[in-house]
Design a protein around this ligand. Structure first.
Ligand code: NAD
Length: 714
C-alpha cells in the first residue's frame, strides 16, 4: 500500500491523497518513492481526465525533511544534489501531465508543501487562518530548492516574488489569493476536493488548463525578464538593501536573491538546476546547521515541554495577581488578559494601578483602529483587569506575580504580607531581574511554591520567559509556571538560580567586554560598530544606556551587600567606568539624562564628548577580529559555564534563551550551538589565544576542554 492513496472516479479524475507515515507529510525518502510511483501510474493511467492532490493530514504538507538536511555534510553535496534532482523530477513530471492537476490545500502548505502546490496547474485552499502559505526556508538558512524560487518568479514576476522568497513571508489564503499565489478559496474544507474536480470538468475543453504558464509557447515572466530596464533597477538596488539588513552575516537571503535573478534570466530547466546547486551550497553552511538546529529542533523541544517536569497534570491559571503596575506589571497584565485570564493589577495607589490598566487600553485601541479587534472584544478584555490598591482583592489568585521595584527588602515585605491571599497551592512568581530566587523565597512560608518568572521588556512584544527555580522550588510549581507561560503564548526556558540567572548573566558579559574595550582606549563608536558587525542588535555601549548605568550601579551595591559581587567580577574595569559615570558625572543612562551617549530633543544621539577625554587612546589599536571575538566569546564562555554549573538545564534552553532573550546573532543559532559548528578544538585554541592576549576571562571552561578532547579523538 502506498502512502499516497490513489483513487479514480467515474469522470476519470484521480485523487491522490497524501497520508505519509508519521504525523505529517514531508519530503523524505518515503515521499520520493511514493511520488515517483504515483507519477509513473498517472502517466500510464487509462481515461485520465485530471488529478487532485489532497492531504489526509491536518497540515497539507510540511515541507523538506530537516533531519535529512541537517545530516548533509560538506563534501557530500553531489549526493544531495541527486536527492534534490529526484524531487524536482517528480514535480516536473506531475506538472507536465497532459491533464490539469489541482492542489486541494486543507492545511498549512509551507516550504516544500507550497512547492508541491506550485507544481500544480490550479490551487484551491480552505479559507481558514490555520492554512498558512509561503516559502519560509530562509529563516532556517536554506532556500526553496524544490523549484519554489523558479516557479514563483515565473508565476508572479521577480519584484512581487522577492519578499516571499527573501523574507520568507507567510500568508493566509485570502492574502495568497490577492497575491496570485493561489487561485481560489472555499469556505469549508469538505468543499475542497469537489471544487477541485469541478474546476477540472469546467476546463475540459481548455487545453491551456493543463499547461503551466512557463511551459506555454511565448511565455513571458510578469514584469519582464532580468534584462528589462525596469527590473535592472531592482537588480541593482536590492542587494545593497539586503546587505544593510543582513550585514553580510546570512548567506541564505543573498543566495535566494541570486537564484531569483537567475530565474528571471535563464530558461526554466536551467534555472531549476541553478536553484539546486544553491541549496546544496547553503545546506552545508554552519549558518544553516545552526538555524535548523535552534529555530526548528530546539524551538519544538522547548515549546513542546521538554523542560517541564513529567507526570504532572496540565494546569491553567484562572486568576492572576500582578503586584506593581509599572513598566513590567502593566505588560504582564496585558498579556494575561489577552489570554483570557482574570487579572488583579495592584499598585500602591488606585491611580497608579489605573495607569497600568490604561496601558492595556491603549494597546487594544491600536488593534481596534487597525481593524484587528472589535469594540466588544476590547471591552471584554478590559473587563478582565481589576485595577486596585487593596491587597484583599488578590484573594483566591492561583498565581501572583510580583513586579515591584528591584529591592530585596520591599519584595520580602510584600511576599510575607500578600501570599496569604493565594489560593491553596497557589504559585508565587517574582519578576526580579537579578535578585537570587532562593534568597527571595526565604521570605515565603511556602518556598516550594516560590519561583522566578522573568519577563523581558516590552512584555507584549518579547516572546521569551525565563523561569528560575530556587533551591526549594517544587516540580509542581515549575510545571504550573511553565503552563502559565504557554497559556500566555510565551516560550519558556527553565534555569536554576544564579546571579543574573542565564540571560542577564550572559548578556552582562557583552556589556562588560564592551566597556572594557572603552576603558582600554578603543574609540566608542568603533566598539558599537563591532557589536553590530557581529550581528548583535545594538552595540554594547548604546544598549548599556538603554538598560541604564544607574540601575546596574544600584544592582551592584545590592550584590555587594549580599556578598555576591565576587561572582559578578567586582575587579572588572567596567565597574570603575560605571561608577565614574554615575557617581562623578551623573550619567545614569538614556532615561537619566544621558550615559555614554548624549541625546538631543530631535531624537538624535552622539557620544558624550567627555568620554573621549576620560578613556579614548588613539594609540591603542586592536585587530578587528579580536574585538569581535572578545564580544562573542565572553558570551559563549559564560553560556558554557552556565551549562557546566547546572544553571542551564538543557542545551536547547540555552540556545533559545540566547536568541530570544539576549539577542544573540541569528547566524550563531544561540551561543551553545555556535560552538557545535565552530568546533570545540578550534574554540579552545581561539580561547587560549585570547586568554594569552587579553586575560583569564577567556580561559576555556572545563566542559569545552572535555568536548574538544572527545571531538579530537573521534
Ligand atoms: P517600575 O518602577 O516601572 O514599576 C514598579 C511599580 O511597582 C511601580 O508602579 C510602583 O508604584 C510599584 N510598587 C512599589 N511598591 C509597591 C507595593 N508595595 N505594592 C504594589 N506596587 C508597588 O519597575 P519595572 O521596570 O516594572 O520593574 C519591576 C520589576 O521587574 C523589578 O524587579 C525589575 O528588576 C524587574 N524587571 C524589569 C525589567 C525591565 O526591563 N524594566 C525586565 C525584567 C525584570
Amino acid at each position: 500500500m502506498s502512502v499516497f492513496n490513489y483513487e479514480q472516479d467515474a469522470d476519470g479524475i484521480v485523487t491522490v491523497t497524501m497520508d505519509m507515515t508519521g504525523p505529517v507529510n514531508a519530503m523524505n525518502a518515503e515521499y520520493r518513492e511514493a511520488m515517483s510511483e504515483t507519477v509513473d501510474k498517472l502517466e500510464q493511467q487509462d481515461g485520465l481526465t485530471g488529478v487532485v492532490l489532497a492531504s489526509a493530514k491536518s497540515v497539507f504538507f510540511a515541507g523538506g525533511d530537516l533531519h535529512e538536511l541537517l545530516a548533509v555534510e560538506k563534501g557530500h553535496e553531489a549526493l544531495f544534489m541527486e536527492v534534490i534532482a529526484n524531487i524536482k523530477d517528480g514535480l516536473r513530471r506531475l506538472e507536465k501531465l497532459p491533464v490539469p492537476v489541482v492542489a486541494a490545500i486543507n492545511g498549512a502548505a509551507l516550504g516544500g508543501g507550497y512547492e508541491l502546490c506550485l507544481a500544480c496547474n490550479h490551487r484551491v485552499a480552505w479559507d481558514d487562518k490555520s492554512v498558512q502559505i509561503g516559502l519560509p526556508e530562509v529563516s532556517l538558512g536554506l532556500l526553496p530548492g524544490g523549484g519554489g524560487i523558479v516557479r514563483m518568479v515565473n508565476m508572479l514576476g521577480l519584484e512581487k516574488a522577492l519578499p516571499y522568497l527573501v523574507e520568507g513571508k507567510k500568508v493566509v489564503p485570502a492574502k495568497a489569493l490577492a497575491e496570485g499565489m493561489i487561485d481560489e478559496t472555499v469556505e469549508k474544507p469538505e468543499d475542497l476536493v469537489p471544487r477541485a474536480k469541478a474546476w477540472i470538468l469546467e476546463n475540459k475543453e481548455n487545453e491551456q488548463a493543463a499547461v503551466q504558464p512557463w511551459d506555454r509557447k511565448g511565455h513571458r515572466i510578469p514584469g519582464g525578464s532580468a534584462t528589462s530596464p525596469k527590473l535592472s533597477q531592482i537588480i541593482m538596488g536590492t542587494p545593497i538593501m539586503l546587505l544593510q539588513k543582513t550585514r553580510g552575516l546570512l548567506p541564505a537571503p543573498e543566495k535566494i536573491l541570486d537564484v531569483a535573478i537567475e530565474a528571471a534570466r535563464l530558461d526554466f530547466d536551467t534555472a531549476l538546476r541553478v536553484e539546486s546547486r544553491a541549496l546544496a551550497f547553503l545546506a552545508v553552511t554552519p549558518e544553516a546547521k545552526n538555524q535548523i538546529s535552534t529555530f526548528f529542533f530546539a524551538m519544538n523541544k522547548v515549546n513542546g515541554g521538554a523542560s517541564r517536569p513529567q507526570g504532572i497534570e496540565p494546569t491553567r491559571v484562572v486568576k492572576v495577581g500582578v503586584l506593581g503596575a509599572g513598566m513590567m506589571g502593566q505588560g504582564i497584565a496585558y498579556v494575561s488578559a489577552m489570554a483570557g485570564i482574570e487579572v488583579v493589577l495592584k499598585d500602591i495607589s488606585l491611580e497608579a494601578a489605573r495607569k497600568g490598566k490604561a496601558y492595556t487600553e491603549a494597546l487594544l485601541d491600536k488593534r481596534v483602529s487597525r481593524g484587528r479587534m472589535s469594540e466588544e472584544k476590547k471591552a471584554s478584555i478590559l473587563e478582565l483587569i481589576l485595577a486596585t490598591e487593596k491587597d484583599q482583592d488578590l484573594q483566591g489568585c492561583d498565581l501572583i506575580i510580583e513586579a515591584v521595584f528591584e529591592n530585596m527588602e520591599l519584595k520580602n515585605k510584600i511576599t510575607a504580607s500578600t501570599e496569604t491571599y493565594l489560593a491553596d497551592n497557589g504559585v508565587w512568581g517574582s519578576n526580579t531581574s537579578a535578585l537570587p530566587i532562593t534568597r527571595l523565597a526565604e521570605a515565603s512560608s511556602k518556598p516550594e511554591n516560590f519561583i522566578g518568572i522573568h519577563f523581558f521588556s516590552p512584555v507584549d512584544k518579547m516572546p521569551l520567559v525565563e523561569i528560575i527555580c530556587g533551591e526549594k522550588t517544587s516540580d509542581e510549581t515549575l510545571a504550573r509556571a511553565f503552563d502559565y507561560a504557554r497559556q500566555i503564548k510565551k516560550t519558556p526556558i527553565v534555569v536554576n538560580d544564579s546571579l543574573g540567572f542565564f540571560t542577564s548573566r550572559t548578556f552582562g558579559t557583552y556589556l562588560d567586554e564592551g566597556v572594557r574595550l572603552l576603558a582600554e582606549g578603543i574609540h566608542p563608536v568603533q566598539i558599537d560598530h563591532i557589536g553590530k558587525a557581529l550581528g548583535m542588535p545594538v552595540g554594547p555601549l548604546a544598549v548599556y544606556d538603554e538598560i541604564s548605568q544607574a540601575l546596574t550601579h544600584k544592582a551592584q551595591s545590592t550584590w555587594k551587600e549580599l556578598g555576591m559581587m565576587e561572582e559578578f567580577g567586582d575587579n572588572s574595569p567596567s565597574v570603575d567606568v560605571v561608577n565614574t559615570l554615575v557617581e562623578e558625572y551623573g550619567r545614569g543612562g538614556r532615561h537619566h539624562g544621558g550615559g555614554f551617549y548624549q541625546y538631543a530633543e530631535d531624537g538624535s544621539k552622539a557620544i558624550w564628548p567627555k568620554l573621549f577625554d576620560l578613556y579614548y587612546k588613539p594609540e591603542v589599536q586592536y585587530d578587528e577580529d579580536d574585538m569581535k571575538d572578545r564580544l562573542l566569546f565572553r558570551q559563549v564562555i559564560e553560556s558554557l559555564k552556565c551549562l557546566e554549573s547546572g544553571v542551564l538545564r538543557s542545551v536547547e534552553d540555552g540556545n533559545i534563551g540566547s536568541i530570544m532573550g539576549i539577542g544573540a546573532p541569528f547566524w550563531t543559532g544561540g551561543y551553545l550551538q555556535f560552538v557545535e559548528t565552530y568546533g570545540y578544538p578550534r574554540f579552545v585554541k581561539r580561547c587560549n589565544e585570547l586568554e594569552a592576549k587579553y586575560g583569564e576571562r577567556f580561559t576555556p571552561p572545563q566542559i569545552a576542554l572535555d568536548k574538544a578532547r572527545e571531538q579530537a579523538a573521534a
